[in-house]
Design a binder for this molecule. Structure first.
Ligand SMILES: NC(=O)C1=CN([C@@H]2O[C@H](COP(=O)(O)OP(=O)(O)OC[C@H]3O[C@@H](n4cnc5c(N)ncnc54)[C@H](OP(=O)(O)O)[C@@H]3O)[C@@H](O)[C@H]2O)C=CC1
Ligand SMILES: N[C@@H](CC=O)C(=O)O
Ligand code: NA
Length: 374
C-alpha cells in the first residue's frame, strides 16, 4: 500500500471563526486518515496578528494544543512573506486558511495561488475589492482559468456563513440557468439586530444594547462599524453579483445605506463607537414607531436586479406576515429568482453568522480542495 497523500494546512486568524475551524479540522483530519483513500492532513501553521507557531520542518502540530502553544510563543512576529515563502517549499500541497478580515493579505491571493498554495477563507475582502483583483484571482486559480499547478480557491462562508449560497449560485450558472434577481437578508448581525430590537408584535431591547449583544455573540465583523455602515452586506452583494455575471466594480459603486449616526463617523475605534452609540437610541426608536404606525417592521435587506444591472442595500419596511419579517436570531434568507425556477424563487435560509456555522463553510471548502488535490 502506498503512503497516504500529504496535505499541509496553514491557519491565519484564530479568533471566533479560526478557533471553531481548528476544532473541525481535528475531526476532518481523523476522518481523512481512515478514508478508503487516506489523506494525511497536517497542521503546520497557526498565526494571529502578533505571533505565529510554525512547524518549519513540516512535522504536524498537535491540533488540540496548538492554541495554547501559540499563546506561549515569545519570539517576535515573523513577516508573513517569509512564512509564505517557506510554505511554498513544503514537501506537498499546502492549503492556506485565511480566517482574518485582513485587506492586505487578501490582496496577495493571486500570488499565493500562483505559488501553488490553495486558499479557503470566510474573508470577503479579496472577492469584493476591485473587479481587477477579482479577475486576477480567477486567472490565477486552478479552479478558475489558472494552470493546473496553481492553487484552488473557495470562499463559501463569505456569503451567508456556512449556508450553501455560493455553491448553489455557481451550480445554477454552470448548468445554464439565468439568474434574474437575488434578494434577501444577507447579514447575520443586521438580522439579529432588527429581529430583537423590532420584533413582530412589538417590544424589543434598545438598539445599541442589541449591537453589543451581536458583537458578544460573535456575529459582527471584528469592527462592528463594518456591519452597521452597510458595507459588509455590500461586499456580499458584490460577490454574488459577480458570480451571477454582473461585473460590479466595488461595494461602493452602488447605493448603500449606512446606520452609523453622522456624529459617530469620526470615532477613532470600534470601542469608542459602541460606548457612544446609546446616545442615538432615540432615533432608532422613532424609526420603529413610524413603521409600527403602518403595521410594519423595518429590516436591513439587499437586492441585485441582474437585467437592470442594479444593486442596492438598505432599510425597507415589511408587513408582519412577510417571510423577511418572520426571521429569527441571526438568520439570513436568500431568494434566487431564475429562468428555471420561474416565479417561485429558490430560497436558502438559516443562521448567517456565528463561529461554528461559519467555520463549517470553511471546513467544507477545505474538503473540496482536498478532493481536488487527491
Ligand atoms: N463571525 C462570523 O459570524 C462570520 C465571520 N466571517 C468572516 O470571518 C473572518 C473572521 O471573523 P471572526 O473570527 O469573527 O473575527 P475575529 O476578530 O474573532 O478574529 C480575527 C482573527 O484574525 C487575526 N488577524 C487579524 N489580522 C491579522 C493578520 N494581519 N495576520 C494574522 N492574523 C490576523 C486576529 O488576530 P488576534 O487574535 O491577534 O487579534 C484574530 O485571531 C472575517 O473575515 C469575517 O468577515 C464570515 C462569515 C461569518
Ligand atoms: N458580520 C457578518 C458576519 C458574516 O459574514 C454578518 O453579521 O453577517
Ligand atoms: Na455561504
Amino acid at each position: 500500500m502506498s503512503a497516504p497523500k500529504q496535505i499541509f494546512v496553514a491557519v491565519v486568524g484564530v479568533g471566533g471563526v479560526g478557533k471553531a475551524f481548528l476544532n473541525q479540522l481535528d475531526h476532518i483530519r481523523q476522518r481523512l486518515s481512515s478514508a478508503p483513500v487516506p489523506v494525511a492532513l497536517s497542521l503546520v501553521l497557526v498565526r494571529r496578528s502578533t505571533k505565529q507557531l510554525f512547524s518549519r520542518d513540516f512535522a504536524p502540530l498537535d491540533i488540540p494544543s496548538a492554541l495554547s502553544k501559540l499563546d506561549a510563543v515569545s519570539e517576535p512576529q515573523q513577516p508573513f512573506p517569509d512564512t509564505l515563502a517557506a510554505l511554498a517549499r513544503a514537501p506537498g500541497r499546502v492549503i492556506l486558511v485565511d480566517n482574518t478580515s485582513d485587506q492586505a493579505l487578501a490582496e496577495t491571493y493571486p500570488s499565493i495561488l500562483s505559488a501553488g498554495l490553495s486558499i479557503v477563507t470566510p474573508n470577503k475582502k479579496a472577492f469584493s475589492h476591485s473587479h481587477a483583483l477579482w479577475q486576477a484571482i480567477q486567472q490565477a486559480a486552478a479552479n478558475g482559468t489558472g494552470p493546473a499547478t496553481a492553487g484552488h480557491v473557495y470562499h463559501e462562508s463569505t456569503v451567508g456563513a456556512g449556508l450553501p449560497v455560493l455553491s448553489t449560485l455557481k451550480e445554477l450558472v454552470d448548468t445554464g440557468d439565468r439568474v434574474t434577481k437575488i434578494e434577501g437578508v444577507f447579514s447575520g448581525t443586521m438580522s439579529f439586530l432588527f429581529n430583537s430590537f423590532m420584533p413582530v408584535g412589538g417590544g424589543g431591547g434598545s438598539f445599541a444594547a442589541e449591537v453589543t449583544k451581536a458583537k458578544n455573540l460573535g456575529y459582527t465583523e471584528p469592527d462592528p462599524r463594518d456591519d452597521l455602515n452597510g458595507l459588509d452586506v455590500a461586499r456580499k452583494l458584490t460577490i454574488l453579483a459577480r458570480l451571477a455575471g454582473l461585473p460590479v466594480e466595488s461595494p461602493t459603486s452602488f447605493p448603500v445605506q449606512s446606520l452609523i449616526p453622522s456624529e459617530l463617523e469620526s470615532c477613532s475605534s470600534g470601542d469608542e463607537f459602541l460606548t457612544r452609540l446609546p446616545e442615538f437610541d432615540s432615533r432608532m426608536e422613532e424609526l420603529k414607531e413610524s413603521a409600527a404606525k403602518e403595521g410594519k417592521v423595518v429590516r436591513f435587506v439587499g437586492s441585485i436586479d441582474v437585467g437592470a444591472k442594479a444593486v442596492k442595500v438598505g432599510l425597507e419596511k415589511f408587513d408582519a406576515s412577510h417571510p423577511i419579517a418572520a426571521l429569527k436570531g441571526s438568520d439570513n434568507i436568500i431568494n434566487f429568482y431564475t429562468e428555471r425556477y420561474g416565479g417561485n424563487p429558490l430560497i436558502i435560509q438559516g443562521a448567517g453568522a456565528g463561529a461554528d456555522v461559519t467555520a463549517m463553510g470553511v471546513s467544507g471548502d477545505l474538503l473540496k480542495v482536498v478532493r481536488a488535490l487527491q
